[in-house]
Design a protein around this ligand. Structure first.
Ligand SMILES: *[C@@H]1O[C@H](CO)[C@@H](O)[C@H](O)[C@H]1NC(C)=O
Ligand SMILES: *[C@@H]1O[C@H](CO)[C@@H](O)[C@H](O)[C@H]1NC(C)=O
Ligand SMILES: *[C@@H]1O[C@H](CO)[C@@H](O)[C@H](O)[C@H]1NC(C)=O
Ligand SMILES: *[C@@H]1O[C@H](CO)[C@@H](O)[C@H](O)[C@H]1NC(C)=O
Ligand SMILES: *[C@@H]1O[C@H](CO)[C@@H](O)[C@H](O)[C@H]1NC(C)=O
Ligand SMILES: *[C@@H]1O[C@H](CO)[C@@H](O)[C@H](O)[C@H]1NC(C)=O
Length: 688
C-alpha cells in the first residue's frame, strides 16, 4: 500500500515535471498543440491571435487562464512539509498596455496563480481583478501575483505609477521595483520573465522590450510559495480598468514546471498590434470631425424648427484641451437616464455648488451613484475646474468619497461619486434621535480617525498637496459600515509641493473658517487643520461650532470647550446624549486635539500627521496640552453685524436623506463663497 502511494506520487511528480507549453499568439496555429485558454470577464480572443483582457471602458476586468490546473506543490513530506513544497517554475510572456490617454495608465495587468480560474468576488480598478476589499491580505485567498501596475494606489503603498510588484494574498506588494527605463503604459510590447527556484526559494522577475532577457533580474525576492499554493492551482493573467482605462493585450506565453527555463519567446514571431500607439492627433481629429458632423446635423435640424435650436444649445461639448485631462467618461444621456431625467424625487440634497441626485447606472449588478450637478458660468473657470477634477479622479483613499467620473455639458459639470448609504455625519449629529443614537462613542471616534487619515493623505501622501478647504460635518459621509469618508473636493485646489499657494477667494463655512483666512485669503494646510479641529469638537460635543441660539458664553464651541478644559472639566464637553457611555481617555485626547487644532495662530496648530498619531493612540497623556489662545482682538462696532454671518448658517431640520459625495441636506446653505475684497473689512467678525 505504502509503495503504491509512493509510486503514485512519483508518477504525479514526473507528470508535473513534464508540464510545459508555449503560445506564440493564441487560438489555432500559434498554440503549438496547447489547449485554448479559458477566458473570463470581458476578455476576448482577437482574430489576429492576440488576447485582449480589457478595452478602454472603465471598471472592467478580464482573466485568461490555462484551462487545467497545475500541480505547483511537490509530493508531501513529513512534519511541517505535510502539504509539499512549491516546485520550481519558469514563465515568459509578452503583453502590451495601451492607455486611452497616453500619460495616464489604468489600471494594470498581472500574472496570477489562483485556486479558481474565475477568481470569484474579484473587483476591477485597483484590485486588478485579483481580490476584493473584503479579502485583502486573507491567507485563505491563496493568490500569488506579479503585478504590472500603471496607477499609483496609496492605499496599497504603491511606489509609483509604473512598477512591477510581487503580491501574496494581497495588493500590498511584498516586493516591488520601478519598471523604468521600461514604460509599461507606452503601448509597446513588453516581455516579462517570472522564475521561481523551489529549492532556493527565490523568485526572480525581469522585464524588457526586446527578446533578450536582462542579465540581472528586476526583482529577486526570497519567498516560500509553499504556504501560498494549494495542491492544484490555475495559472494565467488578469487585468482591470478603473476610472482610468487601458486596453491590456497578451501576445504570447510560455511556461515550464519543474525546473529549467521556459521556452524563449521571440518578439518578431509574435503577433503584434496593428497600431500599437493610437495617435492622439487622429483621435482629436476624429472627435472634432464628429463634433463637426453633429454641428452640421444640428444646423439642419435648426432649419426644421425651434427644437433643433434647443438641442444645439444643449449639446455636449468636447474640446481638444479636454482630452489632456483624462477620461471624459459618461455621456449626458447616460446620466440623465440614470437619474430619471434629474427628477426631483431622485434629489438627495443641495450643496453650495449644485444639486445632488441619486442615480442608478445599468450593469450587473446595477450600481447606485450620486450625481452632482455643478453649474458654472465662467468658461475659463470651468476649464481649470475640469483639470482639477481629472486629478481628483486619481485620488484614492478608503476614507475619501471616490469620484467615479464626470461629464460636461454647456455650463454644467456632472460629477459621479460613490453613493454613501448612511448619508452625512451632520444628519446623524443633528438629525432625529434615532440617527443620533447610532453615533455611539466608538463610531464617533472612528469617524474622526477616518477623516484625519483622509486629510493626512491629501496633505502629505499624494503627489501634490491637496487642500480640502471645506472640511465640515456635512462633507463627511458615512458608508455602509458607518466609516467616515471625506467628500466634496469641488473646492480643493492643487498645489505642487513647495509652491506658494495663492488665492483671491475665501471659501468655507463659518465656524470652520480659520481666522487668518479672512485676512490673507490664502488657503493652507493649517486652515484645513483648523476646520478639522472644529469638526472634532463638534463630534465630541454634538454641537455646532457656532450655535446662535445658545447662551452668549456658549455660542462659540471652541471657546466654551477651552473654558471647560481649563477648568479641568473635560467630560462636560462630551455630548450629554451619550449618557456617559464613552472612553474617557479618548475623549480627553480628542478634546485636546480639537483645541490644539482650533488655535487662532496657524503655526501653533499641529500637522495632520501629528493629529493622526494622537488620535490613533487614543491616549490623553500623550497629547501635549494645547497652547492657550491669545486674548481676542478688540471688536469694532458699527460694521456689518455678526448675525449677518450666522444667518447664512441655519440649523434647521433636515427633511431629506442626503447621501452622496459632498451632499448637504436641502434647506441648508452653508457654503459661503465670498470675493476676498468684500471680506477684508470684516475680519474681526469671523475670528473664532
Ligand atoms: C481554439 O480556438 C480557435 C479559434 O477560436 C478554434 O479555431 C479552435 O478550434 C479552438 N481549439 C480548441 C481545441 O477548442
Ligand atoms: C469594451 O467591452 C465592453 C464589454 O465587452 C463593451 O460593453 C464596451 O462597449 C467595449 N468598449 C469599447 C470602447 O470597445
Ligand atoms: C478570510 O476568509 C475566510 C473565508 O472567506 C473568512 O472565513 C475569514 O473570516 C477571513 N478572515 C479575515 C481576517 O477576514
Ligand atoms: C507579505 O506581506 C504581508 C504584509 O504586507 C506579510 O503579512 C507577509 O508575511 C509577507 N509575506 C512574505 C512571504 O514576506
Ligand atoms: C535569480 O537571480 C539571481 C541573481 O539575483 C540568480 O543568482 C539566480 O540564479 C536567479 N534564479 C533564477 C531561478 O533565475
Ligand atoms: C496545508 O494545507 C491546508 C489547506 O489545504 C492548510 O490549512 C494548512 O495550513 C497547510 N499546512 C501547511 C503546513 O502549510
Amino acid at each position: 500500500m505504502m509503495h503504491l502511494r509512493l509510486l503514485l506520487h512519483l508518477l504525479l511528480a514526473t507528470l508535473a515535471a513534464s508540464q510545459q507549453f508555449t503560445y506564440s499568439g493564441f487560438g489555432g496555429r500559434g498554440n503549438g498543440g496547447a489547449p485554448n485558454l479559458t477566458l473570463n470577464g470581458v476578455t476576448e480572443l482577437r482574430p489576429d491571435g492576440i488576447i485582449r483582457l480589457t478595452n478602454e471602458t472603465s471598471r472592467l476586468l478580464g482573466h485568461a487562464f490555462y484551462p487545467s490546473p497545475l500541480r505547483l506543490l511537490g509530493p508531501p513530506g513529513s512534519g511541517s512539509n505535510r502539504n509539499g513544497t512549491a516546485v520550481s517554475f519558469s514563465t515568459a510572456f509578452a503583453f502590451a498596455v495601451v492607455p486611452e490617454y497616453p500619460r495616464l495608465g489604468g489600471h494594470g495587468f498581472a500574472f496570477v496563480a489562483a485556486p479558481d480560474p474565475r477568481i470569484p468576488g474579484a473587483l476591477p480598478s485597483q484590485y486588478l481583478g485579483l481580490l476584493s476589499a473584503a479579502d485583502l491580505g486573507n491567507a485563505t485567498n491563496h493568490v500569488f501575483a506579479v503585478e504590472f501596475d500603471t496607477v499609483q494606489d496609496f492605499e496599497f503603498g504603491d511606489i509609483n505609477d509604473n512598477h512591477v510588484g510581487v503580491d501574496l494574498n494581497s495588493l500590498v506588494s511584498n516586493a516591488s521595483a520601478s519598471a523604468a527605463p521600461v514604460n509599461l503604459k507606452s503601448g509597446d510590447t513588453v516581455l516579462a520573465w517570472v522564475d521561481y527556484d523551489g529549492d532556493r526559494r527565490l523568485l526572480n522577475v525581469s522585464i524588457a522590450t526586446t527578446s533578450q532577457k536582462p542579465a540581472a533580474p528586476l526583482i529577486s525576492f526570497h519567498v516560500d510559495l509553499s504556504t501560498i499554493f494549494l495542491d492544484q492551482m490555475y495559472v494565467g493573467f488578469s487585468a482591470s480598468t478603473g476610472l482610468l482605462a487601458s486596453s491590456h493585450y497578451l501576445m504570447g506565453w510560455s511556461f515550464k514546471l519543474g525546473g529549467g527555463a521556459a521556452p524563449q519567446l521571440d518578439l518578431s514571431s509574435l503577433p503584434s498590434l496593428p497600431q500599437p500607439k493610437p495617435d492622439r492627433r487622429s483621435r482629436t481629429t476624429r472627435i472634432l470631425a464628429s463634433v463637426f458632423s453633429a454641428f452640421v446635423a444640428l444646423v439642419a435640424l435648426a432649419g426644421a424648427g425651434a427644437y433643433g435650436a434647443y438641442r444645439y444649445k444643449n449639446r455636449e461639448v468636447i474640446e481638444p484641451w479636454e482630452l489632456d485631462y483624462g477620461p471624459h467618461r459618461y455621456k449626458y444621456p447616460e446620466l440623465k437616464h440614470a437619474t430619471r431625467g434629474f427628477r426631483e424625487r431622485e434629489l438627495l440634497g443641495c450643496g453650495g455648488f449644485g444639486k445632488v441626485y441619486r442615480g442608478v447606472l445599468p450593469g450587473t449588478p446595477p450600481t447606485v451613484v450620486a450625481v452632482k450637478r455643478v453649474s458654472h458660468d465662467s468658461r475659463q473657470g470651468l476649464r481649470e475646474f475640469v483639470a482639477e477634477i481629472a486629478s481628483i479622479g486619481r485620488l484614492r483613499h478608503r476614507n475619501l468619497v471616490q469620484l467615479q467620473g464626470w461629464c460636461r455639458r454647456r455650463g454644467d459639470l456632472l460629477l459621479v461619486y460613490d453613493f454613501m448609504p448612511n448619508g452625512s455625519l451632520d444628519m446623524h449629529l443633528f438629525g432625529d434621535g434615532l440617527r443620533a443614537a447610532r453615533l455611539t462613542w466608538d463610531i464617533r471616534y472612528k469617524i474622526l480617525r477616518n477623516v484625519a487619515s483622509a486629510l493626512l493623505y491629501l496633505h502629505e501622501q499624494w503627489e501634490h498637496v491637496v487642500l480640502h478647504r471645506d472640511v465640515k460635518a456635512s462633507n463627511v459621509l458615512l458608508d455602509g459600515d458607518m466609516a467616515g469618508r471625506l467628500g466634496d473636493f469641488g473646492l480643493a485646489k492643487l498645489y505642487e509641493h513647495g509652491a506658494n499657494p495663492g488665492t483671491t477667494r475665501v471659501v468655507g463655512t463659518l465656524g470652520y473658517l480659520a481666522p487668518e483666512l479672512t485676512r490673507t485669503g490664502k488657503a493652507t494646510t493649517a486652515a484645513d487643520v483648523f476646520a478639522f479641529g472644529a469638526l472634532v469638537l463638534e463630534v465630541v460635543a454634538g454641537r455646532r461650532p457656532i450655535e446662535q441660539r445658545a447662551a452668549p458664553e456658549e455660542q462659540v464651541l471652541a471657546e466654551w470647550a477651552w473654558e471647560r478644559y481649563a477648568a479641568g472639566e473635560v467630560e462636560k464637553v462630551v455630548d450629554g446624549r451619550l449618557e456617559g457611555a464613552f472612553d474617557a481617555d479618548q475623549a480627553v485626547a480628542a478634546v485636546k486635539v480639537g483645541l490644539w487644532c482650533s488655535h487662532p495662530v496657524p503655526v501653533a496648530r499641529p500637522t495632520m500627521r501629528e493629529v493622526t498619531r494622537y488620535l490613533d493612540g487614543g491616549d490623553a497623556a500623550e497629547v501635549p496640552p494645547p497652547p492657550p489662545p491669545p486674548p481676542p482682538p478688540p471688536v469694532c462696532s458699527g460694521e456689518v453685524g455678526y448675525d449677518d454671518f450666522v444667518h447664512s448658517f441655519p440649523s434647521s431640520s433636515f427633511e431629506r436623506a442626503a447621501a452622496a459625495g459632498g451632499v448637504e441636506p436641502l434647506s441648508q446653505t452653508s457654503v459661503a463663497t465670498f470675493p476676498f475684497s468684500s471680506l477684508s473689512n470684516r475680519s474681526s467678525y469671523v475670528s473664532v
